[in-house]
Write a protein that binds this ligand. Structure first.
Ligand code: GLN
Length: 440
């Protein structure tokens, strides 16, 4: 991974296009040659090259995370009443407000981000900005701070954002006064990070809201998915469609040169390189992400079906029973299906298909061997329980080899409606029981 990142860095570090943002005067001081790349895996392994530890202000890359905080505090329905989730097709600082209502288009453009950060609760013990900083820090897995010089610099020049805030307030769509709203928003944008921090933050979203480095559950899986969805459609402003088409990953850019992308259940990726294109995206970051996506096949819609390795054995009972035990070698009595790995919807469908095939041979008994299954999703649990119940209703004797109790109770809590088929520690025991009792 480090070599792949290093290769990208050398390939694109010579690119000279783009301009360092200057409308926030302090950002002009950034080194246009700085170029860092970082990737964090779902096991929390960090890989980085170049200026990946160089501090810079997070700017708009804060937006998805503050949106996550608003969602975690208020829920999707309440947040959506204040800020929509439609791509604006406009620049980050455009007056992207819904005709008639004045509701901002989405939380990735400034108008929506001003509203999202204003939705964060504010109490004397836990002031709004303290909550935001603490929350961003949990995403990054270390305490972050504010670059006061950048904050002041944006504060004295940020009239356009102030104008936006007043406009939204006048439409009755800003929950706090415009001065407070812009102060909080400017401070949030001035939080200092580096590319590794951003990769951990992106990886936390990709990892279903749990920071893969610290193990901290920052937001629910549901909120993480909601944020990634809005990043995918709106994260790159008026370049979002083209980005999803070519790179195929939820992403967010920032004017200081930071860029993140998340591969759901795969990785968090970040880069730092200050020169920007017309859409406010880091030029080298964009090139590197596109190349990496292509080279590693990371495009979300490019999801090749891997050869089925879930079902390792299907016997119909015609074949002699494999393995040891008292009924080994017997035929005609017990059909067997064995599965392995982690069972999700796709894998459960394979197992159900295997059970059908096994039962079609006419054997009175069916054994499902889950000894080598090492995880099961709630949907797979429900599918298998229903499939096995159907086999029983059709008159088959069913037994499980399920030493870990995968089908004993719904994963993640909840009580089973009934005990389900009898469970045994091994396939041989389950088959022996079936052979004894299942001979209709
Ligand atoms: N603080 C910046 C602004 O509001 C953030 C914009 C960005 O990063 N795209 O102008």
């Amino acid at each position: 991974m480090t070599a792949a990142l290093g290769e990208l860095r050398s390939r694109f570090s010579g690119v000279r296009q783009g301009e360092v943002a200057s409308y926030i005067p302090e950002l002009r001081r950034a080194d246009p040659d700085a170029f860092g790349l970082a990737l964090v895996s779902m096991d929390g392994h960090p890989y980085s090259v170049g200026e990946a530890r160089t501090p810079f202000t997070v700017q708009s890359v804060s937006k998805p995370f503050v949106y996550a905080l608003a969602l975690a505090e208020l829920g999707l329905d309440e947040v959506s009443a204040w800020v929509n989730a439609e791509p604006s097709g406009e620049a980050f600082n455009a007056i992207s407000l819904e005709r008639g209502t004045g509701r901002p288009a989405n939380a990735m453009v400034n108008a929506g981000a001003l509203v999202a950060s204003s939705l964060v609760p504010d109490t004397p013990e836990h002031p709004r900005f303290d909550r935001i900083l603490a929350f961003l820090s949990r995403f990054a897995g270390r305490p972050l701070d504010v670059d006061e010089a950048v904050y002041r610099s944006e504060s004295v020049t940020g009239d356009r954002n102030r104008a936006l805030a007043y406009l939204i307030r006048s439409a009755g769509r800003l929950p706090v006064d415009p001065v407070t709203a812009t102060q909080t928003y400017f401070r949030q944008c001035a939080v200092r990070v580096n590319a590794v921090d951003l990769a951990v933050m992106a990886a936390t979203l990709a990892h279903g809201g749990e920071n893969p480095v610290t193990g901290d559950r920052v937001v629910s899986e549901e909120v993480a998915a909601q944020v990634l969805a809005v990043m995918a459609t709106c994260g790159m402003y008026d370049a979002s469609g083209e980005w999803l088409l070519r790179v195929g990953l939820p992403a967010k850019s920032g004017v200081s040169g930071g860029l993140i992308a998340a591969g759901p259940a795969r990785f968090g990726l970040a880069s730092y390189s200050p020169p920007l294109d017309a859409a406010g995206t880091s030029v080298r970051g964009r090139a590197a992400f596109a190349a990496l996506s292509q080279r590693l096949g990371l495009h979300l819609m490019l999801n090749p079906a891997l050869p089925g390795s879930t079902v390792t054995l299907v016997t119909t009972g015609e074949d002699p029973l494999p393995g040891g035990g008292p009924v080994a070698g017997e035929t005609g009595k017990v059909a067997v299906v064995a599965a392995q790995g982690a069972l999700d919807f796709t894998a459960a469908e394979r197992v159900l298909h295997g059970l059908d095939e096994a039962a079609s041979g006419g054997a009175p008994s069916v054994v499902l061997d889950l000894a080598r299954v090492d995880g099961i999703e709630p949907v797979a649990y429900a599918m298998l329980r229903q499939g096995l119940a159907r086999l029983e209703r059709a008159g088959h004797h069913v037994a499980l080899a399920d030493p870990a109790g995968r089908l004993a109770a719904p994963p993640g809590g909840g009580r089973p409606r009934d005990g389900g088929p009898p469970r045994f520690a091994t396939r041989a025991e389950a088959a022996a029981r079936c052979a004894r009792e299942g001979g209709r």
